[in-house]
Design a protein around this ligand. Sequence first.
Ligand SMILES: Nc1ncnc2c1ncn2[C@@H]1O[C@H](COP(=O)(O)OP(=O)(O)O)[C@@H](O)[C@H]1O
Ligand SMILES: [Mg+2]
Length: 317
Amino acid sequence: MAIIRTFDLTKKFGEFTAVDHLNLSIEEGEIFGLLGPNGAGKTTTLLMLTTVIKPTEGTAYVGEYDITKEPDKARRLVGMAFQEPKLMWVMTPWDVLNWHAKVCGLSSSERKQRVKWALTELGLWEDRHKSVHTFSGGMRKRVEVAKILIQRPKIAIVDEPTTQIDIVGKHRIWNMIRALRDEGSTIILATNELYEADILSDRVAIMHRGKLLVCDSPKKLKDSIVGGDLIELVLEKEAAENTVEELKKIEKVVDVLAIKPNHLRIYLNHAEEVLPQITELFMKARLPIRSIRMSEPSLDDVFAHYTGLTIEEAEKQ
Ligand SMILES: Nc1ncnc2c1ncn2[C@@H]1O[C@H](COP(=O)(O)OP(=O)(O)O)[C@@H](O)[C@H]1O
Ligand SMILES: [Mg+2]
């Protein structure tokens, strides 16, 4: 069942359209990735869903509440870890999180237990009484993410939760986001990191210039690129012309390129299913294979497929 639905959700800043007639449906209990380059309109979308800013046009339902008509009720279902946390400079993580837990209505025993757990898990326990102005960007980000983990809202929105955080910290946060989902929260994750969107999301919506390009599971998005998978084969000896022709006849093989007489590139779909057929063909032709390399497209290839740009190029524009 959809827990969030947007209907032509639009936000203009003056003449500029930051979010352009967005139609999304987010299922209860999923991790929904919103992927796009900087400036795509991700944060603006999330701020409308959390009723921090008002849409110029269109609307969204959060649960059963229309954000333009019953913003207070809609807001109660969501918790958000902001991209640029506005933490009070004089406060310590201990104060910030205890205060947040109190505002969210946690009992004092829950508060004690969850604040300690989040601080420990995020590696902030030792620094809990230091004022946040001494913190690095990554540490401040962790305090912001801790808020949502303590709150456990029905809908948890995390806006670029792992920027400026090292790889160990990233994995820790990813695991905690998964755990939060397993506890029953629906997660909306905005990110410009392909890997993060890919490994964490059940479904990904790709945004570019305020518009939705596509929305599906990472696997389906990648599979939707015809001939997007690649199998590279190096043979012990030259492949005969008819072997290449045989290869091309295999279902799901889109193209075969001989970059050297004994080095073939096979563009195809569902490479993992077709590989046995391919190796069998070489066995029958008595052509020993020296090496096999298999790769599938990334979400960057998906983005490029729809925009003609890599995400990196899009960010430069
Ligand atoms: N308050 C604002 N006033 C004017 N322009 C804004 C404002 N907030 C965002 N924008 C513009 O809207 C576009 C989308 O921004 P944003 O939603 O932050 O993108 P993302 O989160 O995908 O990086 C950007 O071009 C940004 O400069
Ligand atoms: Mg943003």
